[in-house]
Design a protein around this ligand. Sequence first.
Ligand code: ADP
Length: 399
Amino acid sequence: MPQQYVLVLNCGSSSLKFAIIDAQSGNETLSGLAECLGLENASLKYKLNGNKHTVSLAPNAQHAQAIAVLVQLINDNKLSDQLIAVGHRVVHGGENFTGSVIINEDVISAITKVSALAPLHNPANLVGIAAAIKAFGSLPQIAVFDTAFHQTMPSKAYLYALPYSLYKEHSVRRYGFHGTSHYFVSGQAAEVLQKPIKDINLISAHLGNGCSVTAIKGGKSVDTSMGITPLEGLVMGTRSGDVDPGLFSFLSNLGYSAKKIDNLLNKESGLLGLSQLSNDCRTIEEEYEKQNPQAILALDVFCYRLAKYIASYTVPLGKLDAIIFTGGIGENSHLIREKVLNLLTIFGLSVDNDKNLAARFGQSGVITNNNSGPIALVIPTNEEWVIAQDSAQLVKEAK
Ligand code: ADP
């Protein structure tokens, strides 16, 4: 089988993650991250053939400049000849996309239309798409949507109890995000359980800066915690997750503008807001070990909310085979995994401390030792590989 290299681009609001991945094996020849785009200290770090490099970008450099540096890098190292496609992570596809697609004018206009639902992400994704088309016009460009995996949810799971006209006229509903990650780890879990994915029921917790949990029945998403935007659900790094909607009028009566409330819920809440220390879980854990009461409070709220969501997702699943932890926190924090699983002993889960400690820093594994009932697993996610695989598949089908 020939190697099938795909350039994968993931544009965040002020960052650009990139990689050249062999869709067959998942091996990366180039990977990197441009950070602080739009700020004084914009920079680009990359790893090529195992060697690490840093490039400082012009102050306030935007996505387009970072992509120009990336294109130069690819051309200088003669990597472009081997590329078969460019795969783009697109955060919001609305109800238009149930899977990945080759990008054309209609796709771009559909992504633009739903930008109001993901104002921090979709415009950045579109900048990446435009720059990549300019630089690699001859290559197919593929869009892989965070929302697509969740389009299998039934209406009872995706509808809010609001006037139905809001859904029909303005597409107000739950969409869910992190779909590529939940899809990837559910496939890996089936391999660990040695059962066909159609025969197993899973709950997957993606815990990074953004956090979401998904109920996956026979390989299909049947419920998920993020909503019309990536703000709903779990406690996250700086996002509040669920709050009483009555809070909006309460805060507005206190004189908060809509913009201020939005900023408060998205950027000043979550682990940062509760701990008053940091949005970085590692810092909070260090303080937790020192018995800092704010750190204890933040992790208690984080774990309690997550455990409640996991328990509630046994409703759409009926039977549960495994709980999966992934994302930066899920893959590394043995403390959070232990605290969450200890809140779920009703399911017969029993944490194996040695296995829980071992499953970190890229190591996957089962972390429970009960002989019956569901197990808990740590599985490092790899959204980039899914994007490369989908891109290669669509290129093959188009031939
Ligand atoms: P993103 O959602 O931006 O992709 P990541 O999946 O990389 O983010 O997750 C970032 C989170 O993972 C941060 O809160 C970070 O503190 C946490 N994290 C990373 N390593 C560890 C660790 N060893 N222990 C606890 N938390 C960790």
